[in-house]
Design a protein around this ligand. Structure first.
Ligand SMILES: Cc1cc2nc3c(=O)[nH]c(=O)nc-3n(C[C@H](O)[C@H](O)[C@H](O)COP(=O)(O)OP(=O)(O)OC[C@H]3O[C@@H](n4cnc5c(N)ncnc54)[C@H](O)[C@@H]3O)c2cc1C
Length: 355
């Protein structure tokens, strides 16, 4: 708390442009701005860059990225990060942007839940379908324990060593943490509403081995209530698939029910919305607030298609519009990376014909 406060009280950092959302389209925006000599800061509520590609389908192949007949979703993100590297963007990850306000004089004040504050000349919202939030354990009173004894992610695995744990869920996160913590915990029960698991088969097999070895138990059941003694979590009440009501003791509950996107604060920043997307024009991809641009899945305009390819095009045109917004007196030229010495200098590559 005091850390957040002191960060919030520090003077905000002045930046040329800030990108909200480090999905594929936000990452390409770093590159397009960089080519025009504009430095960017980029913020994402997730702990890593990649948006939907990394969070929802990292191992799946994508077939409609130009010139890449097949590209893994995580591979695409890795390539975009590599391509953007020469432009040294500053990444603020694991921070939801909670506030965006226009200031007198045309600049913007942006604040994150972690206390970072930026003053930007232009803002690009590349927020996709919204910021990803963990699905919560839907039990009355759960908010009293969240972050203390009910967890949706593991910050430090050692916090759970020697403890009685209940892990809920049937996907990769639930199974990975079950296997990782099983021999470190005092006791571990995995709770899943169905007999089938969605996690990697090898991890499911390992979990079954641990059950056979008597090191943990797995239960097909739904959580129905929290067991508490005042402020202390005592475990969960569960209803099993074969009709029993059980009280399961635990000191910590780790619930991995996946993530869901939340448009959240973006909807409160005063820009015109249509069907939960930001309305933009197709010349600049500017929202109803001049100086705030929106690209990728978050925007809408006649004919919009939510494809990565469309987002890349939008990032290229938005970059020119941002350059004009920041430096209205500057004449704009279209330059090719193949032949432009200044772009090649910015990219850090040898200037063609210079040796
Ligand atoms: C299973 C699946 C398969 C797909 N396959 C294809 C395909 O083959 N080809 C194709 O073109 N498209 C495909 N798509 C769609 C593609 O993934 C999206 O079009 C693309 O991810 C959009 O990129 P984006 O950068 O606009 O947004 P996203 O990838 O959604 O990233 C947005 C980021 O913004 C962050 N964010 C939002 N709000 C805030 C906030 N307030 N503060 C901080 N951060 C915030 C989010 O955390 C997120 O990381 C697929 C999608 C899915 C789910």
């Amino acid at each position: 708390m005091s850390e957040n406060l002191s960060a919030a009280e520090a003077a905000p950092t002045a930046v040329e442009a800030v990108i909200i959302g480090a999905g594929p389209v936000g990452l390409f925006q770093i590159f397009e701005l960089g080519l025009l000599g504009i430095n960017a800061h980029i913020v994402d509520s997730l702990a890593q860059a990649g948006g939907q590609c990394t969070e929802l389908y990292p191992d799946k192949p994508i077939y409609d990225i130009p010139a890449l007949p097949i590209c893994g979703a995580q591979e695409l993100i890795d390539r975009l990060l590599e391509q953007a590297k020469p432009f040294n963007a500053t990444f603020h990850l694991g921070q939801e942007v909670t506030e965006l306000k226009a200031l007198e004089g045309g600049k913007f004040h942006l604040a994150t839940a972690a206390g970072t504050r930026l003053i930007a000349g232009a803002v690009v919202i590349a927020g996709g379908v919204g910021s990803f939030q963990a699905r919560r354990l839907a039990l009355p009173g759960v908010e009293d324990f969240e972050g203390r004894s009910v967890h949706y992610r593991v910050k430090s695995a050692s916090d759970f060593h020697g403890r009685d744990l209940l892990i809920c869920g049937g996907g990769d996160s639930a199974l990975d943490w079950t296997v990782a913590l099983c021999e470190k915990a005092r006791s571990l029960t995995l709770l899943h509403r169905r007999a089938e698991f969605r996690a990697a088969p090898a991890t499911v097999a390992r979990m079954r081995e641990l059950v056979s070895a008597g090191k943990m138990q797995v239960l097909e059941a739904n959580a129905t209530g929290l067991r508490r003694d005042g402020d202390t979590l005592k475990g969960l009440d569960v209803h099993t698939a074969d009709g029993r009501d059980l009280a399961l003791p635990a000191e910590h509950v780790l619930a991995f029910y996946g993530l869901h996107p939340k448009l959240g604060p973006i909807a409160d920043w005063g820009m015109e919305l249509e069907k939960r997307a930001l309305k933009v024009d197709t010349e600049k991809f500017q929202t109803s607030i001049p100086g705030i641009f929106a690209i990728g899945d978050i925007n809408t305009y006649p004919g919009k298609k939510k494809l990565i390819l469309s987002g890349f095009h939008e990032a290229a045109l938005a970059a020119f519009a941002i350059q004009h917004h920041l430096f209205p007196e500057k004449r704009q030229f279209l330059q090719y990376t193949t032949t432009s010495p200044i772009m090649q200098k910015r990219l850090g590559v040898a200037v063609a014909g210079s040796h």
